[in-house]
Write a new protein. Structure first.
Length: 440
């Protein structure tokens, strides 16, 4: 960002050009005090993987309240897609905030809602015509405040459209924490403990295995004619950053077509450019009946989307809505985000993602405790030998000024802002390897 652009946003423009700089013990004195004070009033359900108290952030850099500067390789759990406080995103939000902050898209029209729905529908239709070669169907969009609400909307639409009750999801999958989406989530039992009974009619199969659906579910527990939807992450996120074989997703498509089941791709984490294409579906050449999007959609503003062809989106007026879902300011952030993706951001994601994965593979070769480096674009997972090692590596990265998060049982996810430079990727690979060597 230029200094002028940054100044116009009311913050110093130097942060995004800074190097990592850790000048206090971590956490520093101000962070220690502020965390202790805050914790008194915070829900203990919040995780706080390490004691980071963020003061501000720009681009790929995050500054804590003690002036320590970190390189962000997790992008606020993959949501800050365009980097922190991207000037175009911030300016679009500021302009919208002076015109209309809220009116309620369920009950009234405003231009931003239609503009974003049109943009998302255009990208879905483009993908559909590329994959099928046929002229695309019109897609329609319902906007939400979050990923979990997008999944709830998909569950409701699938049941309403098919008039069937049962749903299939996968062990290892994460779809959110509200009671409907939580019923699909099966990545860790602690997310579900003591929250039951959850939604009736949900069945879990093994991720990556078509046979598990045929053998364990269709043959034994649920007739396919009673199944409304199969809900799947085309790249497993929270469950471990696993990329399935194309045959799995193509096989699900064929299975759904055979039995009149809707195929739902939960692209809350994998969508909006994260894997180097607008939707991860593009890598596999498989089109779902319903897409769910959130996280990077609005660069971290609370916004989600549930999108289906008009022929599927058959629920009647009043059957679903949301007071703030599709908030105009969040939509302004989303339109600016998509503009950046349509510019050079997807290319950067593919190029720097491939470079970062290659550098991690090289740096980690021969380091004990490393099982695998995998991923697509800037959705990169590193599988370690034990959960304890994964904990130690995540903490070691933080202490060295690199922010990463764990996923799966014993993996680390690298999901930086999609604007990350090759030089920052190099720093990320080196620090990550240092942390692994020290923890091994
Ligand atoms: N679906 C997937 C694939 C996710 O990764 C997440 C969050 O991590 C969700 C749904 C829930 O999204 P949110 O936290 O915005 O409700």
């Amino acid at each position: 960002m230029t200094k002028t652009a940054a100044a116009a946003l009311g913050r110093p423009g130097d942060l995004e050009d800074r190097e990592i700089s850790i000048t206090t013990p971590l956490p520093g004195p101000r962070a220690t005090r502020m965390i202790a004070e805050a914790k008194v009033h915070l829900s203990p359900s919040l995780i706080h993987v390490y004691p980071l108290m963020v003061a501000r952030a720009a681009g790929c850099m995050v500054e804590d309240v003690d002036g320590n500067v970190f390189l962000d390789a997790q992008a606020g759990v993959s949501a800050a897609a365009t980097g922190h406080c991207h000037p175009q995103v911030a300016a679009a939000m500021a302009a919208q905030a002076t015109n209309l902050i809220h009116i309620c898209g369920t009950d009234f029209f405003y231009p931003a809602y239609g503009a974003l729905a049109g943009k998302l529908a255009e990208h879905a239709a483009r993908l559909e015509s590329t994959v099928t070669g046929a002229s695309p169907h019109p897609w329609q969009v319902f906007l939400t405040n979050s990923g979990t609400e997008g999944v709830e909307a998909a569950i409701k639409l699938a049941r309403q459209h098919t008039k069937r009750a049962h749903l299939i999801a996968f062990r290892g999958g994460f779809h959110g924490r509200s009671l409907g989406s939580l019923s699909l989530t099966a990545s860790k039992s602690k997310y579900r403990k003591h929250f039951g009974p959850l939604l009736a009619g949900v069945h879990h199969a093994e991720y990556g295995s078509l046979e598990s659906i045929e053998r364990d579910l269709f043959a034994r527990t649920v007739n396919p004619e009673e199944v409304a939807a199969i809900v799947v992450e085309p790249v497993l996120g929270e469950g471990g950053y696993l990329v399935p074989k194309r045959e799995f997703l193509a096989g699900l498509r064929a299975m759904c077509d055979r039995h009149g089941i809707l195929l739902v791709f939960d692209e809350v984490q994998s969508g909006m450019g994260r894997t180097g294409t607008m939707f991860a579906a593009e890598h596999f050449g498989v089109i779902p009946d319903i897409f769910v999007l959130a996280k990077g959609l609005a660069s971290g503003m609370p916004l989600g989307a549930m999108m289906a062809r008009g022929s599927t989106m058959t629920w009647p007026p009043g059957s679903h809505g949301s007071t703030c879902g599709g908030n105009p300011v969040a939509i302004a952030a989303a339109l600016a985000t998509i503009g950046l993706l349509e510019g050079s951001l997807l290319d950067n994601t593919r190029a720097v993602g491939a470079h970062l994965r290659a550098r991690l593979t090289t740096e980690l070769a021969g380091v004990s405790g490393i099982v695998e480096v995998r991923g697509l674009g800037l959705m990169i997972g590193i599988e370690l030998a034990t959960p304890e090692l994964a904990d130690a590596v995540a903490l070691g990265c933080y202490q060295r000024g690199l922010l990463v998060l764990e996923c799966g049982d014993k993996a680390i996810r690298i999901s930086p802002p999609l604007i990350i430079s090759a030089a920052q990727a190099e720093t990320c690979a080196q620090i990550f390897a240092d942390a692994c060597r020290a923890a091994a």
